[in-house]
Design a protein around this ligand. Structure first.
Ligand SMILES: Cc1ncc(COP(=O)(O)O)c(C=O)c1O
Length: 403
């Protein structure tokens, strides 16, 4: 008899063999200090000792801030725990609109639109724009890659953070189809802060290249929103709001909540709310998530919370480099380069033994030979906790033979 089912055990074994098997190790709570459990599968977690988390995207440490908690509660009480329907049916509320006005104000655009996640925002936006050609940085996030797969006629990948290669590829396509190219819609898309390398896209040069060929620019500020000027991202820091056509991001990192957004001009937002399938055919973002993200954005804009994060980043970078580690990037994401996958895993394990949660990132997430520990501090880490993290890196690095 033929078997038309799916042999998932075999697929999992194959992943195991290839070193691609993932585990879900639950945490007791989200914050700078928490307890983890080994993957309990279908059972209940068995939490161990408390660890210091240096690997979260809750960069401002606002996911447990009492003002943000209160805002989530207020939203649930006054609006509801769920939106109940797509925004286009009955799920559009005054709270969604208020947060979208705040986001547009922060981003310097006419309007903003909330999606259920950053992933949905990327996929829905690129699919709805339906570009003839997308020019995409080779290290762009998977949700951009998936949006291109779904919506772009052709995706041209340019070398990471290389505006010269971008320009060459734009020129190549323009020369290759001289007549039709003038009729085509082109989109240049890049992350602003790259999540595994902690570096920043050369946005001014990217805009220059795109403008030379009349292409649109879309920037994903997932790892930057809330951390730069006036709670904005790198686009705000560089003063590029009027040159970036689509500013996109997530509320799930520094804004300590859930949901994605697009900020742009009136026509873009009106078009997306009509045509982006991940917006149209998905329930509106849950009101508590909207309330929490809105309050987190207010705190990011009105307080010096990000300054505390940048001070911690400087201490960690300096401390790690002075021990002899190579630390990549230039942002709050501090990738400590190890190289060998097994060494990186061993370093991550030795750090965990010392109560520091900062797991190894290895191929295929990063290129072969560049396994690393991605250190990501929070604004809520104390000086003493930062010192403990550095001590752990020193002792663990010696144990693994890296220092
Ligand atoms: C650059 C980038 N874009 C988009 C996303 C997706 O955002 P979300 O987690 O809100 O789906 C992420 C992270 O997950 C990201 O790192």
């Amino acid at each position: 008899m033929t078997d038309r089912g799916f042999d998932l055990d075999a697929r999992l074994r194959e992943r195991e063999r290839a070193g691609l098997r993932r585990r879900l190790d639950p945490a007791e709570s989200v914050g700078a200090r928490t307890r983890f459990s080994p993957d309990p599968r279908g059972g209940a977690p068995d939490f161990g000792d408390r660890s210091l988390v240096f690997a979260s995207n809750n960069y401002l440490g606002l996911a447990s801030d009492r003002r943000v908690l209160q805002a989530a509660e207020n939203a649930a009480r006054s609006v509801g725990t769920g939106a109940g329907a797509s925004r286009l049916v009955t799920g559009d509320t005054g709270l969604h609109r208020a947060f979208e006005r705040d986001l547009a104000d922060c981003k310097g655009t006419d309007r903003a639109l909330l999606f259920s996640s950053g992933y949905a925002a990327n996929v829905g936006t690129i699919e709805a724009l339906g570009p003839d050609a997308v020019f995409s940085d080779e290290l762009n996030h998977a949700s951009i890659v998936d949006g291109c797969r779904l919506g772009a006629d052709e995706t041209v990948v340019y070398d990471h953070a290389d505006p010269d290669d971008l320009r060459a590829k734009l020129a190549q396509r323009a020369a290759g189809s001289l007549d039709s190219a003038t009729e085509e819609d082109w989109l240049v898309v890049t992350d602003s802060v790259f999540s595994m390398d902690g570096d920043v896209a050369p946005l001014t040069e990217v805009c220059d290249a795109a403008e030379a060929f009349d292409a649109w620019v879309m920037v994903d500020e997932a790892h930057a929103t809330g951390l730069f000027d006036d709670g904005g991202g790198v686009v705000q820091r560089e003063g590029l709001a009027d040159r970036v056509d689509v500013q996109l991001g997530t509320c799930s990192k520094a804004l300590a909540s859930q949901g994605g957004y697009v900020a742009g001009d009136e026509a873009l937002i009106e078009y997306l709310l009509n045509a982006a399938r991940s917006f149209v055919f998905s329930t509106g973002l849950a009101p508590p998530a909207v309330g929490a993200a809105r309050e987190a954005l207010r705190i990011a804009r009105e307080t010096d919370r990000a300054d505390r994060l940048w001070a911690t980043v400087a201490t960690l970078r300096e401390g790690l480099e002075s021990m002899g580690y190579e630390v990549l990037g230039e942002t709050q994401i501090l990738p400590v380069l190890v190289g060998d996958r097994d060494d990186a895993l061993a370093l991550g394990d030795r750090l965990a033994d010392r109560g520091i949660e900062a797991p190894a990132i290895r191929p295929p997430t990063v290129p072969e030979g560049t396994a690393r520990i991605r250190v990501a501090p929070m604004a809520t880490h104390t000086d003493e906790e930062v010192a403990r993290c550095l001590d752990a890196f020193e002792a663990a690095g010696r144990e693994v033979g890296l220092l």
